[in-house]
Design a protein around this ligand. Structure first.
Ligand SMILES: [Zn+2]
Length: 416
């Protein structure tokens, strides 16, 4: 078992974290491929990032696999891989009930979060997310009536209550109108809320999580992306000026997933399995699936497949491995070992696709009419590398490969 935490330490999920001596702000910049910040800096649009990356720490880290939003946000706030916290996707097949369900309910979360552990130890804690789907998971374990916790989403900032969110009127507190869900303003609201919270609520620990609306639409160095990162840069400057320890990372990167004519480059796996095993015999699950499919059409680079009882995966995996666009095909056991996934939430086979390929079920089950830009998406190994930036120098032990879910360790234990 874990040794008991020392004075001024909090232990959670097998790791110890020092109690912050100054407000510590951890940010997940959703979908932030390192190239976005690099391009904004090169254009002179991100002077605060440029300065902090020079005087603080400019590192990269590897995300959890699947490189999707929920597994990584939960890894970041628990400091642990999906095998520990249980959130292996946005969506999964529950063999117990025989149903495909969203994994955004607290009952699916198997580990306490770092903010909740600090809150229990007496800290003032704030969590602000872009989308409400993450607020319930990320705010788990915070006692809202305590006066020491705030947790709300930009998406539902008009519907907060003191009992549920620790704040009664988020819109006038933040001073911005309720943002559209599909807009850069949703992420700006998160930053504006974070800055106001540091100024008035003075959290010991705060977690901010934005949305990847812009990154799904626009590549690094596009006008849309540069404008978005210039906005983020202003808040980075403002938070830094407030004297906080500021640490930023991402849940995953993002890549173009389309042909030269702009149509998405998809391997339809339900079609692939139907041709070999018969219609509907296998069940293909795309864990990227969520209620907000508008910007990715439920197409990502990670899929898991349940086979009919008695079907051997080995021959199918061999055939998948030589299929164009497949970067990895693994058995459940191999995938869980390699990526630290919870075996009971993973199918018999796991497939990852390459840099420019996504995985679908069958063409009739993806409504691509809502895609208003050529598809950019994530989920695989090619979207695993993300920035890890801190506004203070940090001492990383020689040879340590950083994960994005090391960011609380870095921000609380390793800043100089
Ligand atoms: Zn994301």
């Amino acid at each position: 078992m874990d040794a008991p935490p020392g004075r001024g330490e909090v232990a959670v999920n097998g790791r110890r974290y020092r109690f912050p001596s100054e407000p510590t702000v951890v940010v997940c910049l959703d979908g932030s491929e390192p190239g976005y910040i690099e391009a904004a800096i090169a254009r002179g649009l991100a002077p605060n990032f440029a300065r902090l990356m020079r005087t603080g720490a400019s590192l990269t880290a590897l995300s959890a696999i699947p490189s999707f939003t929920n597994p990584n946000n939960l890894s970041i706030v628990t400091g642990a891989p999906p095998a520990v916290h249980g959130i292996a996707g946005n969506y999964f097949f529950d063999p117990a009930s025989g149903e495909e369900v969203m994994m955004n309910d607290r009952r699916f979360l198997r580990a306490p979060t770092i903010p909740a552990a600090f809150h229990e130890a007496g800290a003032r804690v704030a969590v602000v997310t872009a989308k409400d789907k993450l607020r319930a998971l990320l705010g788990a374990g915070l006692a809202m009536g305590s006066g020491r916790a705030v947790a709300f989403s930009a998406e539902r900032a008009d519907r907060v209550t003191v009992a549920e969110n620790g704040i009664g009127d988020a819109l006038s507190f933040v001073g911005l109108p309720l943002p559209e869900v599909y807009s850069p303003a949703l992420s700006e609201f998160v930053f504006a809320a974070g800055a106001r919270l540091v100024e008035s609520f003075r959290p010991d620990l705060m977690y901010l999580s934005t949305t990847d609306y812009v990154q799904h639409k626009a590549a690094p160095d596009s006008d849309l992306a540069n404008t978005f990162y210039a906005m983020i840069d202003r808040y980075v400057g403002r938070l830094d000026a407030l004297g906080v320890v500021l640490a930023l990372t991402a849940d995953h990167g993002m890549n173009d997933k389309f042909f030269p004519d702009g149509s998405p480059d998809v391997l339809y796996l339900q079609t692939w399995f139907d041709a070999r095993l018969g219609p509907g015999a296998a069940r293909v699950i795309l864990p990227i699936t969520d209620p907000y499919v508008k910007h990715h059409g439920a197409l990502g680079s990670f899929a898991t497949i349940y086979l009919p009882p008695g079907t051997e995966p080995v021959g199918l995996i061999a055939a998948l491995s030589v299929t164009d666009g497949v970067s990895l095909a693994l058995t459940r056991a191999e995938a869980c070992r390699r990526f630290d996934l919870p075996p009971d939430r993973v199918g018999d086979i796991v497939v990852l696709s390459g840099r420019h390929k996504v995985l679908g079920t069958s063409p009739d089950r993806h409504d691509l009419s809502a895609l208003d830009a050529p598809l950019r998406s994530h989920g695989g190994l090619e979207e695993q590398r993300v920035p890890l930036i801190v506004n203070r120098p940090v001492a990383i032990p020689e040879g340590r490969v950083l994960r994005n879910f090391d960011i609380f360790d870095v921000a609380l234990n390793l800043v100089s």
